[in-house]
Each structure stands twice: as structure tokens, then as C-alpha cells.
Design a protein around this ligand. Sequence first.
Ligand SMILES: Nc1ncnc2c1ncn2[C@@H]1O[C@H](COP(=O)(O)OP(=O)(O)OP(=O)(O)O)[C@@H](O)[C@H]1O
Ligand SMILES: [Mg+2]
Length: 469
Amino acid sequence: MKLKNRLSLAVTVVSAATLLTSFLTVYVLVRRDETRDLDLALAAQAHALAQIADAKNPGRPAVLDGVAEVPESLRPTQRYIAVYDERGALLSATMNFASEVPSFESLGASTALPTEGVPVDLDVNGKALRGVTVPVGNGGAALLYAASRRTVDDDASFLHRTLGVLFLSATVATALFSRWLGGRLAGDVHAIARVAREVERGNLEARVGGGAHGSAETRALAADLDHMIEHLGALVAAQRLFVSHAAHELRSPLSTLRGELQLALRRPRDAAGYQRTIEEALVDVEALSRLSEDLLALARVQAPHSQGSDVMAVGDIVADALRLARGPAEARRVSLEQAPETTSTNGPLLVRGDRGEIIRALRNLVDNAVAHGPAESPVLTTITRRDASVEIAVIDRGPGVAKEDEPHIFEPFYRGTRDRGDDRPGAGLGLAIARGIARSLGGDVWLDVAHQSGARFVLSLPAITDADA
Ligand SMILES: Nc1ncnc2c1ncn2[C@@H]1O[C@H](COP(=O)(O)OP(=O)(O)OP(=O)(O)O)[C@@H](O)[C@H]1O
Ligand SMILES: [Mg+2]
């Protein structure tokens, strides 16, 4: 069943059942109260009449039409009165009973009558009566005092009709309203489902926007969905950009390699010539394999992955990273220096993570310092404990990062304005990888913009204590 119909049916059934229950309760209570009021009035008048009848003829009370003087509010109403002796035999009755005076047994009363009387419903000559049987005198005689119960029945039937009309109109109004409301809510659900289908087909421009207006909840759901699609769109765009950058970076060393190999095939040469060609090709292949390794590393750190749990001394990692960077550093006659740790605690500073990844992050910073700093100048590394972190700084004496490059250098494939035209190798992945690794371990990498003369990059990692280790 459709949401609209189901909602409308459920609301209508529940509200109809509630209305019916409350209307029935009102009807029963009002009818009972009115009957009790009538019974009280009849009993009061019956007692007054019983006293008069007993006083006039003690022991053998009798009534005749119009004889009894009763102070009453029911005066315009015809009264039906009958008197029974202590055995229940009829002594006298008003004429209006005609031949249908009810027997004492039919009154549902015993000879030991309670003072407040016993009420009874009667049918006399086709008329519905309400009567009360009360004791007369002390001899066990009884007096039936009855009157038409039309006022009570009329009230009850008026109430019945009014409540019936109210019930019908309220049920119809509820059904119409709930149908309209169901339509609005279902409209929102349809709008949201339509957008979800569009996204499934690949349209990341689809939005629910103002299409949902039935309730605050569906509006919030629509806004969440729009937000999610926007986020998905940004992710897909970033992925596409990544792939196109990667393809671009792979293309240039590949085309150089192909050109060199084609030329070698076209122009035969001596063994030394081939040797040179193979060596040049090897340089390109090494650049390609470095690039593919960097791409893989970046993809790995950007995806959720388990962090290693090696515990290691920071000084050892820095020493390892510097040893690995020794080749390029020697080529530029750059000296790699490691300052002693600055810490207030005893023992070496420790960090936790994947040893290979932390060394890779640090190595990228040292490689940059070697490549971007001037030849024959030192690159200094320092290790400092700051609050709950260990900070490893890599400092060079180069020109530093240009102001316009500062906001972008951590983006994948971004190379500084000074480096782009340069034939210096690099794809602009080193800092993105270093930051990705540090962040996956709860740390970070940043450029110290306050540092003067040269660049100072800081790799920060959560420090662990001996107890943690
Ligand atoms: N020590 C530094 N001094 C000056 N500029 C730097 C330094 N380190 C990084 N940069 C700037 O930041 C840019 C991005 O650095 P990143 O390490 O990500 O890429 P890359 O070194 O150019 O290439 P790759 O690391 O992929 O070989 C560099 O192109 C350079 O402009
Ligand atoms: Mg680099």
C-alpha cells in the first residue's frame, strides 16, 4: 500500500476509534446522570405522596387521580401512582394505568423496601415510564410513583444524533486532512528517491533542494542528502584530478624512454653506444618506478589503513632517514647534520607507528631540503619534545617557499613556481605523502612560516612514554 494511503488509513482509524470511545462514554454518563436525577425527583415526590396518603388513611393508604398534593417540578407530566399492601396485592391505582397496573412482583422490589425506593422502567399502554417504589407507613405497604421518561429519552436521542453527526464530520475531516498530510510527506519521499536514482545513474549535479517541504525531518534529510552528494562530487572530482595528474606525470618519462629506444633501433651503434642508451633508459625507468611508488604511497595514506605499532626512538629514525638521503646530498655536497634531542625527560624520545612510513615522511622533507637548498650548505635536523608531541624540524639555507606557493605546497602534484620550469625531477608528491603519513599517526607536517633565511619544515608525532611502550 502507498505511504499516503497507509498513513491516511492509520490516522483515520485511530482517531475514529478514539472519538467513538469518548462519545460513547459521554453518552452513557449523561444518560445515567439524567436517569439518576429523574429517580431522585420521583423518589422525593413519592415519599411526599406516601406521607399524605398514609396520613389520610392510616393502615390502608389509597390514591385517586388528583387527590394527592405533591410539590413537584414534574407537575405538567402525568403521574402514575399505585399502592400495594404488605403482601403485594394492589390496593388502589390512578386511572391512567387503565387496566395495565403493574403487579408488585414486576416492580423488582421486595416487601422490605429501602427508604430511598427502588427504581424501575415500565411500559404502560405503550408509554415508557420511569417509576420508584417506596414504603408507605409502617405496615409494609408500598407506593409506586411513575412518570413518563420522555424528557430523558428525548435528551438521550438528541445527544445520540448530535454525537453521531460530530463523529461523522470529525472522521471525514480527519481522513481528508491525513490524506493531504500523507500526500505532502510522500511527495518529499518521492523527491528524495528521485534524486537518489539520479545519483545512481551518475548525475552528481542532482539535488533535492526545495523539493522537500512536508516536515522538518524530511527537510533535514533532504539537506543531508544534498550535502552528501556535494561531498561525493568533490571526492569524484579530486579522484579524476589525481588520475589525470598521475597520467600526465607518467607520460613524460615514458615518452622520453620510448624516443630513446626508437632512436637506438633506427640508428645502429657500437657496444659503448648501446651501453650509454641503456644507462639513460635506466635513469628514466628509475624515475618511473619512483613515481609509481610515490603514487602508491599517496593512495595508501589517503585511504583508511592500519597504523603500525612499532615503538622506536626518534633519534634512530632521523639517523636512518639521513643515511638514506646521503646519496643525493653528497651529489650536491650538502652536509646532513643531526642536533642532539631537546627534552626534559630522561631517555630517548619515543614514537609509535610503521617505521618504514615514518622514515619515508622524514626522508621526503630531507630530500626537499637537499634539492631546494643551495649546494654545499648544511641541512640541519632537530628533535624537540613539545607537550604531548615530538617535533622533528628539517632546516635548510635555501630561498624558502615562495609566499604564493605556501597555501598549496601540501596539495598532491603541486610544484612551486620556481620548480615548474626547472628540469629538477619531482612530481609534487613528497609533502602530500609526508603529511598523509603524519596525520594517519595522529601527527602533522607543516611549514614554519615564521622561520627566516631558508625553509623549516616540522614533522610532529604523538610522543609515547615508557609506560605506554
Ligand atoms: N625545502 C624547501 N625549500 C623550498 N621550497 C620547497 C621546499 N620543500 C618543498 N618546497 C616547495 O614545495 C613544493 C612541493 O614539494 P613536494 O616535496 O611535494 O614536491 P617536489 O619536491 O617538487 O616533488 P617530489 O617530492 O614529488 O619529488 C616543491 O615543488 C617546492 O616548490
Ligand atoms: Mg619533494
